[in-house]
Design a binder for this molecule. Structure first.
Ligand SMILES: O=C(O)C[C@H]1C=CC(=O)O1
Length: 92
């Protein structure tokens, strides 16, 4: 199952820069691992925003929720999920 996910990050004001950098480093490791495993198919920065559009390929809504809620930055994010279906005119 494919899902388009938009993640908007709000930088926390109650953490030091070093604390936030440590969370971002864990986030990078987590995101890279999911990409290697194939669950996180695309990851694109939204130009000019601390946000991304991503495509996930996972077997269920529950699995997507598990992966998203495991993001180290999850407590600082707003996440919007759009389930995707095959377009009848798509050639691939
Ligand atoms: O930077 C972001 O958009 C937030 C998040 C998503 C992947 C990652 O490494 O950080």
């Amino acid at each position: 199952m494919l899902f388009l996910v938009r993640m908007d990050v709000k930088v926390p004001t109650h953490l030091s820069a070093a604390e936030f950098d440590a969370i971002k480093a864990r986030e990078k490791t987590y995101a890279e691992q999911l990409q290697r495993e194939g669950a996180w198919r695309h990851l694109w920065r939204v130009v000019g925003e601390y946000a991304n559009y991503s495509v996930f390929d996972v077997p269920s809504n529950d699995e997507l929720h598990r992966l998203l809620s495991g993001l180290p930055l999850f407590p600082f994010m707003t996440v919007h999920v759009t389930p995707l279906a095959k377009h009848p005119s798509a050639i691939q």
